[in-house]
Design a protein around this ligand. Structure first.
Ligand code: NAD
Length: 333
C-alpha cells in the first residue's frame, strides 16, 4: 500500500483522485488544511504528498516532510512557483507537476472573462433578476477589428490567441522564446511589451510567475495602456502590481480588469469566507470597481482538467513507489 497525503483538498479533488486511483494500491489521506511547515506533520506515514497552488512547500516545510520520510511531492498544478525546488533537490525529494492538464480550460476561461467584462454580463444579469430591464451603462465594444496582446505564447497563450483570432481580432504577442512558425500559421505578430501596451484594446497575460515576470504589469506599464483597454490575468496574481492597478482603476482610464488570480490570494481564494470580515483592503477595494471582474482561481475547473490532473498525479505516485519513471515532462527534480 502506498500512502499519500493530499493537502488543501476540495470535494472535486477527492472525487477525481479516488476515481483515477480505483484499483490501485494508493491509500489517500485527504486534508482540508493547506500544507505549511506547521501542518506538514499531517503527512506522517506517507511516502507522497500532493499539493495545490496555495500550499507552501518552502524550505522549512520540505525539511519537516523529509524528516517524516516523505519522498515525493506531487504538485497537482502546472505552475511551480510555490515550491522551493533547490531545497527539494538538496533534501533528495522528487517533485512532479502536471504540466498540461487542459490549456483549453484556462484559455476558454480567459475569454469568458473578457466577454463577460466587456459586455457587462454580471451587471446585466443582476439587473434583470431585479426586474430592471434598462440598458443604460451596459455599452460594450466589438472585439472584431480590435487588437489583442498576448503576453506569453506557451500552451494557454496560443489557444487564447487562436480564439481571439476567431473573433476577427488582430493579435500581437510577446514571448522571450517566440514561435514564429505558429505565429505565421495563425496570423499572429510578435512585438515588444511597450508596443503591446500602447496598441492593444485587450491584453491577456499567460506567463509563469518568475523573478522576470513578477510585476510585469506595474505603474509604468499601466500608464502606457490605451484609454478603455481591458486587462485579463488568469496566470498568477503577482504578474500585476495590485496597488498600481488600483491607482490606474481609480483614474478611470482602464476599460476593465478581469482577474482569476490575485497577488495575495493565498488563504482567501478557494475558501468560503462569506459572513466573515475581509481583512485584505486591496481586494476589498478591487471589489468596489464596477469594471473589475474576479473569479477565485477557477480557470482550470473543468471535468476534463480535473480528470487529467488526477490521472497524471496517480500515475506518478504509483510509478515512483514502484520504481518506474515518471510520465514525460512532469519531473521537476
Ligand atoms: P507554458 O510553459 O506552456 O507557457 C508559458 C510561456 O510564457 C512560455 O512560452 C514562456 O516562454 C513564456 N514566458 C516566460 N517568461 C516570459 C516573459 N518574461 N514574458 C513573456 N512570456 C514569457 O505555460 P502554460 O501552460 O501556457 O501556462 C501559463 C501559466 O498559466 C502557468 O505558468 C500558470 O501560472 C498559469 N495557470 C493558471 C491556471 C488557473 O487556473 N488560473 C491554470 C493553469 C496555469
Amino acid at each position: 500500500m502506498i500512502h499519500a497525503t493530499v493537502f488543501d483538498t476540495k470535494p472535486y479533488d477527492r472525487e477525481a483522485l479516488e476515481g483515477a486511483s480505483a484499483g490501485s494500491d494508493i491509500g489517500w489521506r485527504f486534508m482540508d488544511c493547506r500544507l505549511t511547515a506547521e501542518t506538514a506533520h499531517a503527512a506522517q506515514g506517507s511516502q507522497a504528498v500532493c499539493t495545490f497552488v496555495n500550499d507552501r512547500p518552502d524550505r522549512p516545510c520540505l525539511e519537516a516532510l523529509a524528516k517524516l520520510g516523505v519522498k515525493h511531492i506531487a504538485l497537482r498544478s502546472a505552475g511551480f512557483n510555490s515550491i522551493d525546488l533547490a531545497a527539494a533537490k538538496e533534501l533528495g525529494l522528487a517533485v512532479t507537476r502536471v504540466p498540461a492538464y487542459s490549456p483549453y480550460a484556462v484559455a476558454e476561461h480567459a475569454v469568458a472573462l473578457l466577454l463577460a467584462l466587456n459586455r457587462k454580463i454580471p451587471r446585466a444579469n443582476n439587473r434583470v433578476h431585479d426586474l430592471n430591464f434598462s440598458l443604460n451603462g451596459l455599452v460594450g465594444f466589438d472585439l472584431h477589428g480590435k487588437t489583442a496582446g498576448i503576453v506569453g505564447t506557451g500552451k494557454i497563450g496560443r489557444i487564447t490567441a487562436g480564439i481571439l483570432r476567431g473573433f476577427g481580432m488582430r493579435v500581437l504577442a510577446f514571448d522571450p522564446f517566440p514561435a514564429p512558425g505558429w505565429a505565421d500559421e495563425h496570423g499572429v505578430e510578435y512585438s515588444d511589451l511597450r508596443t503591446i501596451a500602447r496598441e492593444c484594446e485587450v491584453i491577456s497575460l499567460h506567463t509563469p510567475l518568475t523573478p522576470e515576470t513578477h510585476h510585469i504589469v506595474r505603474a509604468e506599464t499601466l500608464a502606457l495602456l490605451k484609454p478603455g483597454a481591458i486587462l485579463i490575468n488568469v496566470s498568477r496574481g503577482a504578474l500585476i502590481e495590485t496597488k498600481a492597478l488600483i491607482e490606474a482603476l481609480k483614474s478611470g482610464r482602464l476599460g476593465g480588469v478581469a482577474l482569476d488570480v490575485y497577488e495575495e490570494e493565498e488563504g482567501v481564494f478557494f475558501e468560503d469566507l462569506s459572513g466573515q470580515i475581509l481583512q485584505d483592503d486591496d481586494l476589498a477595494r478591487l471589489l468596489t470597481f464596477p469594471n473589475v471582474l474576479i473569479t477565485a482561481h477557477q480557470a482550470f475547473l473543468t471535468h476534463e482538467a480535473l480528470g487529467e490532473i488526477a490521472r497524471v498525479t496517480v500515475t506518478n505516485i504509483d510509478a515512483f513507489a514502484n520504481g518506474r519513471p515518471f510520465l514525460p515532462e512532469t519531473a521537476l527534480t
